[in-house]
Each structure stands twice: as structure tokens, then as C-alpha cells.
Design a protein. Sequence first.
Length: 425
Amino acid sequence: MSAARPTLVLVFQRTTLPWIFEAAERAGIDLVLVPRPDEEIAADRLPPAVVELLPLDPEGDRAGALRVLRARHAARPFQGLATLYDPMVPFVADAAELLGLPGIGRDAALGAQDKRVMRERLAAAGLNVPRFVRIDGPDAEPGLAAAGRLDFPVVVKPAHGFSSLGVTKAETPAALRAVVAGVRRVCAAKLGVADAALVVEEYLDGPEFAVESLAYGGTVQVLSIGYKGEPQGPYFEESVYRAPAELPEAVRDAVVREVVAAHAALGITDGPGHTELRLRGGAKPYLLEMGARIGGSGVSHYVASRVSGIDLAAEALRIAVGGAPSFPLGEGLREPVGAAANYIVPCGGHGRITALHGLAELRADPRVDHVVQMLFPGDVVRPHPDFTGYPAFVISRHAHLAEAEEFHARLDRTVRVDYSGDTAS
Ligand code: ADP
């Protein structure tokens, strides 16, 4: 029977985050894992769904990585590719297109990954878009001059950014030049990109939401809408994620309409979608970005599946290997069946971590399914904008939203990171 099992190449997924690996087992799909360059993986401790490791360097040698995939496919065909890592979405779409495998196509992937292209395509489709300006190439002057005519405050961000890397608010035209230079410095240091392409766009005042969706044959099923806090900047650390969000029906409908229309505008007809948006004035949805992938390295699967009852990651994998979802998709939002939350432990400072309080005891809480710890005592957290990452995620299930809110209010009081000023290595 095993010969009939589909195989999927999964690019750059951390093995410490379980959701997609467990979903592959449920969907009966074998995984060939392209390991992340920054993760050491013990071959004897692979998730059960992983049948092979295939080291590739798509960031350093894209053509070489495509050659290896082509040879692997010729020798032993696989049925699809996927990634949850945003910068790899275009590579995966490209490889799928080259090998004649299912995918969103390189053009749609470009629109979903390059914030300049995304803004242009959403605007052309008549969706709500803040006024924006591109800054391309080594000469920032023309872009700076045009950006100076936007309404301030504005937000400056890398065109190919992810995880809020470098994203910075500029309050006044006078501050813009220094902010642009700062964002480019972060791109040079963190992404190795000189004179990185940037987007400058008007600041959207209002609460932030994440929308998880699954598309098949152009039908977009919205699985959940969750509240993401209201970060004010100047830097935009993630803080909470609680779903389903409590919204007036008309606003919820507007959010669903905007997200479905964005799929069409960007040509994302099949597979998972992770959309972030703000409600300007608390009511009018403006997309921040839409990813053609499962969000949060898989956290979005956890949230969407608890809230909607749909196994997002397993369904996404089925679609990625050319199968059909196991349930009939309907256009629009599914009725929630539960609540879920992610508490992103704030750094709350910088320096060398001496202690993380309040986390260990959470593992025994029956509502907590995962405590994903990324930083430990001894690690150094650098100040913004040179952001290090988040100390931990606390991922929990709840009967309803109010319980999730109460739980997070308690974590605000009990979870804390201590630092010493000593950062010498
Ligand atoms: P990334 O892909 O790096 O996460 P985003 O465009 O999603 O970049 O921006 C990261 C965060 O910055 C958002 O979640 C939001 O909080 C904030 N942000 C970005 N653009 C704007 C904007 N135009 N108005 C208000 N906040 C913004």
C-alpha cells in the first residue's frame, strides 16, 4: 500500500513545531523535509511523517536547488511542495510550476510575497489600500520625496519582509529619512540585502485581525477571524492572537468580503491563506498583507482548526499534492465551534536573559496545549530595531472568547522575562 502514499517536499519547516508534521500523518502523506539552515536536526529524531531529509540552499543557490529538486523528482517523483515560511513561497511556486505539480504559480506567489506588487494589485482591484510609495534601488531620493507627500504617520517596511522585521513607524516627514535608513540597515544586517526595496504607506489606525482561510478551485472558505491586538509602533511586536474575534455582523461580513476579494485580486485560487488586516476607524478593513501559506509556522492551523473544526493543515497538504479537500468548501465564514489563543510572551526589555517566570507552571494547565519556548536564560535579546525574536508562545484552547481574554490577562500579570545588562558573549 505504501507505494500509493503521496509524497510532498516541505521547505524550511522547524521540526520543533508539530502541527504540519502531525497533519501529514493524518492525511497519509509522506514528507521530504528541506531543513532550515539554522536548525540542526538529528536524523533519529525526525517527526514520523518525514521519510527523508533533502538539504538545499534555495536562498544562496536558487538554480542549484531547483536542479536538485528536478533530479529528485525524475528519480523518484513526488506529488507536491509546500512551505509555511513566507520568503520561500515564490521558490515553492516556481519549483511546482517547473515540475508540473500543483501550486499557485509564480506570478500569484510574487503578488503574495512582494509587498509592492501586492499593494498595486489590491489597489487595481479596487480594494481598500492605504496610499503608498515604493522606494527602489540605491537612490532613495525620488521615493523619499514622494513619500513626504503622504499623510503622516507612515509605516516603512521591507518589500520582502516577514515577521515584522524592520517594520517602523515614522511620525513626521522630518523623521522619514532616518527611518528609511534604519530599515535598510536592518535589511542589510538580517537579510544580507543592500539597498533593500521598501514600501512606505500611511499608518492605519485601528485594531488588527488575522484571517485564516482555505481555497479550492477559486472558492474561498474563511475558517476564522482572530483579534491581534492594536500595536501602535514605532516597532510592531506581535502580542496576542485570540479567535473568534467579537465583531458586529456587518463588520465581519466586510472582512470576509475583503479577504475573498483579495484572493481573487492576487490569483490565489487553491490552498491556505493567512491574511492580516486592520479595521480603520474600527470598521473598515484594510489588508496589511496576505500570505499564500499557513500562518505563524503552523499556529494558524491550531487556531483555525479549533475555531472552525476544519483540519486546515491536513486539507492544505491534500490540495498541495493534487487532491481535493475532504469537505465541501462554501464561500464565506464558517460558524465557530470553539475558541483558541496564542499569547506571545513580550520581550519586555533587552539584555541577557537571566530568568523566564511563569511559563513552567503553564504546561500543567489543561487549557494549554503548547508552550513553545524560543529563548532561554543566557540568550541575549537585542533592542529594536535589531529584533531577536519572541521568548515564547503559549497556545491554548478555550470554550469561548471571554475565557481566552481572562487567561491572557492573567498571563500579563504572571509571565515575565528578567535581564542582566551584561551582553558580552
Ligand atoms: P511583515 O510581513 O514583516 O509582518 P506587515 O506588513 O505585516 O509586515 O507589518 C507588520 C506589522 O506592522 C503589522 O502586523 C502591523 O501591526 C504593522 N503595520 C504594518 N503596516 C502598517 C500600516 N500601514 N498601518 C498600521 N500598522 C502597520
